[in-house]
Design a protein around this ligand. Structure first.
Ligand code: IDP
Ligand code: MG
Length: 141
């Protein structure tokens, strides 16, 4: 077991549907601590760069539009095996395939508007945390 950090984003559908508290409760009740948080409106350029890995995919332009359609809450989560733990709590990308009790199964409206983002590896977590946060914005407790 090792303590890790991962990037979480409550996407615009989650923020505008007032799911911030509900989503954070899922993390805190399953031993993930919020060690940084920022509510922000992403620019098109930020969303394009953040999701650059998907730029050849047919859903890319819609994904960028969706991610800039309202504010997002970007967070750094910390805990044992945080990357995998967060992905488990989130559930599968497609809510129809997400396990019972996961955030996406319970709240996602579609495969696109699926409430949360979570880093998919420790390597990507480091890159994604660095994309949104300076080290001075991340706390310990
Ligand atoms: P993930 O968020 O579970 O890691 P990715 O495959 O990395 O899933 O896709 C990034 C995001 O792009 C998804 O969370 C979702 O918002 C959107 N997305 C993924 N696949 C589709 C699709 O087939 N149609 C529309 N949007 C999609
Ligand atoms: Mg992904």
């Amino acid at each position: 077991m090792s303590t890790e950090r991962t990037l979480s984003i409550i996407k615009p559908d989650g923020v505008t549907r007032s799911l911030i508290g509900t989503v954070i409760e899922r993390f805190e009740s399953q031993s993930l601590k919020v060690v940084a948080a920022k509510l922000q409106q992403l620019t098109t350029e930020q969303a394009q760069e953040f999701y650059g890995v998907h730029k050849e995919r047919p859903f890319y332009n819609d994904l960028v539009k969706y991610m800039t359609s309202g504010p997002v809450l970007t967070m750094v989560l910390e805990g044992e095996n945080a990357v995998l733990q967060n992905r488990t709590i989130m559930g599968a990308t497609n809510p129809a395939e997400a396990a019972e009790g996961t955030i996406r199964r319970d709240f996602a409206e579609s495969i696109e508007a699926n409430v949360v983002h979570g880093s998919d590896s420790a390597e990507n977590a480091a890159i994604e945390i660095d994309f949104f946060f300076n080290s001075s914005e991340i706390v310990s407790y």
